[in-house]
Design a protein around this ligand. Structure first.
Ligand SMILES: Cc1cc2nc3c(=O)[nH]c(=O)nc-3n(C[C@H](O)[C@H](O)[C@H](O)COP(=O)(O)O)c2cc1C
Length: 191
């Protein structure tokens, strides 16, 4: 599959099952992530794998975060939160380790980690795996970050749910391109 075809046919896959990428296939995905553009060669991305029974422990961390944030959360809501990491056989947490740098502001470090996440999604799709990029409240919860070994100044850019699609793929038409042309101050016209 050529790169543009991979980009245009990639679609989120919510219903995932075994097998997840592992071994050499997993390493290829991580290497695709690490090939992202990166101002200052800071390599700000962090890839944290959560699989097997660790997904249940991550679910407990998610549920605890919800209970802290919303003390009145009902038992079914907490259970739903706890089950979230079980939606795929592998969760790859992509985070940005953000450092103070004279030329590379935090946003650029986070963008580089986001580019790494997209590279991983595309490489997973090209290799025949299904994936979905999710965040939600847990991505911004300090307790979740700490449980994952991240510092308060770090950012979770995504929980990449990875595995094999359960259902057949539906055809995806190329997304419409929208852009404007700038021809000088005050002159923006639709392309
Ligand atoms: C940073 C980021 C966070 C996202 N978080 C969620 C999420 O928590 N839940 C969700 O349903 N979709 C989330 N999405 C959107 C899906 O990953 C997906 O891109 C969207 O549903 C469009 O579908 P597509 O990937 O097939 O084009 C997120 C996307 C990005 C880029």
């Amino acid at each position: 599959m050529d790169l543009t075809t991979a980009i245009q046919t990639r679609a989120s896959v919510g219903a995932l099952t075994e097998p997840a990428p592992e071994g050499a296939a997993l390493m290829r995905l991580l290497e695709a992530g690490a090939a992202a553009p990166d101002h200052g060669r800071l390599r700000p991305w962090r890839f944290i794998l959560v699989r097997g029974a660790a997904r249940e422990r991550l679910g407990a961390v998610f549920a605890a975060a919800l209970a802290r944030a919303e003390p009145e959360a009902t038992a079914p809501l907490l259970e739903r939160e706890r089950a979230k990491p079980l939606r795929a056989p592998l969760i790859l947490v992509v985070a940005a380790h953000v450092v103070a740098h004279p030329k590379v502001p935090a946003i650029e470090q986070i963008l580089a980690a986001g580019a790494a996440a997209q590279n991983i999604l595309l490489a997973a799709h090209a290799a025949g795996f299904g994936a979905m990029w999710r965040t939600g409240e847990p991505a911004y919860d300090e307790g979740v970050k700490a449980a994952l070994g991240l510092a308060p100044e770090d950012a979770v850019v995504g929980f990449l749910y990875l595995g094999t699609r359960r259902d057949p793929a539906t055809e995806r038409r190329p997304a419409a391109a929208e852009a404007q042309e700038w021809d000088g101050p005050g002159s923006l016209t639709p392309l």
